[in-house]
Design a protein around this ligand. Structure first.
Ligand code: SAH
Length: 217
């Protein structure tokens, strides 16, 4: 295996995130802390810090650094000590590793079992011990661990799943891309105001793989 030094590439990514509008120091620190090259295969690793999404196998993608930072900023509202955060769509494990820098406990759900095993191994190798894993259809969230102060969904449904809204703590935020592929999904933030009321805000236009029902080995 070729040993590369990614320090310069990571610094370039951080400078770019600032020019792209990421303001939270805690988010920038979290992005500085996690080696993105450890979450893609060797062939992709030279491109790990470029301003683009990367293939991770099975037709899935790891989002570009700006989108990971943006979702992290929206879900944490820049606070660096959220207690419980749920991620739907573990994929490579990168977004979970970034969240794990800022949250006491990260709960991550993935429908493809092989992704989950790989992400677990990557997190262990980096000494990240505050992440818990579940192999299941994430449309249903993780009810036994709810409520969550934040929920991040990294694949796009056509409409916001009611089960996920119901698993938010009061004051909690659900960050989710909504819409069909190719026609402009909107990064949507739903804040739970009280037992029955939610506030919805829309942010960037994004392009995520679809949130699919059911689970696979
Ligand atoms: N957060 C990931 C991005 C992965 S891409 C990362 O940092 O790499 C989206 C992921 O969502 C894929 O791994 C896909 O298998 C998963 N996914 C799609 N539908 C899902 C569902 N209903 N439940 C759980 N995971 C799902």
């Amino acid at each position: 295996m070729i040993q590369r030094n990614y320090h310069w590439a990571r610094q370039t990514m951080l400078d770019r995130l600032v020019t792209q509008g990421i303001r939270s120091e805690a988010v920038l620190e979290a992005m500085a802390e996690v080696p993105r090259e450890a979450f893609v295969d060797e062939v992709q690793s030279v491109r790990a810090y470029e301003d683009c999404s990367l293939p991770i196998g099975q037709g899935q993608t790891l989002s570009q650094p700006y989108i990971v930072a943006r979702m992290t900023e929206l879900v944490t509202a820049g606070q660096s000590r959220l207690r419980r955060v749920l991620e739907v769509g573990t994929g490579s494990g990168y977004q979970a590793a970034v969240l794990a820098q800022m949250c006491q406990s990260v709960f991550t759900v993935e429908r493809i079992g092989a992704f989950l095993d790989q992400a677990k191994a990557r997190h262990r190798a980096l000494g990240l011990l505050n992440i818990r894993y579940m192999h299941r259809d994430g449309f249903k969230g993780w009810p036994s661990q709810a409520p969550f102060e934040g929920i991040v969904v990294t694949a796009a449904p056509d409409a916001v799943p009611a089960e996920l809204k119901a698993q938010l703590a009061i004051g909690g935020r659900l960050v989710i891309p909504v819409g069909a592929q190719g026609i402009g999904q909107k990064l949507t933030v739903i804040t739970r105001l009280d037992d029955t009321e939610y506030q919805t805000r829309w942010y960037d236009l994004v392009s995520f793989v679809p949130l699919l029902p059911g689970s696979l080995a």
